[in-house]
Design a protein around this ligand. Sequence first.
Ligand code: NI
Length: 172
Amino acid sequence: MAVRTILHYPDPRLREKARPVAEITPAIKQLVDDMAETMYAAPGVGLAATQIGEPHRIFVIDTANEDEPSQLRVFINPEIVQRDGEVTWEEGCLSFPGVVEEIDRASKVRVRAMDREGKVFELDADGLLAVAVQHELDHLEGVLMIDRMGALKKRIVDRKMRRRAETRASAR
Ligand code: NI
């Protein structure tokens, strides 16, 4: 397993649309394991394969609190089959370090996906888990949290992230 580099906005690779996983190969399992390790090292609640420059339809989520045992959930070729209600949640994203903004989402979702072994499952999610599923699924479409912000916040976050990227590039 390896901790991989997480891409930061405005890296254009975050805009790639991820491809469906045709078969659970050892390479796909390795990717899943790397994603989990990268998420825990960050640390973060979720990570999509697109965020490490691997445009496969895979994301991992662990919403357990720090004082609870970890509960890794793997979603391969995920789709939301039902959504209900509305919620506004303060979201963060490993591709937007230091940014926390309120985003509107469905409050409950039913998601269908395959696990790391290729077994199909359905999950009814609410609260943080429902928000995380929608956030990570967006990543697989090349959609980012900034796309769901109002015009003013979008401008502020875009400027902040671009300034940050320039500072990091010139420090190299
Ligand atoms: Ni994210």
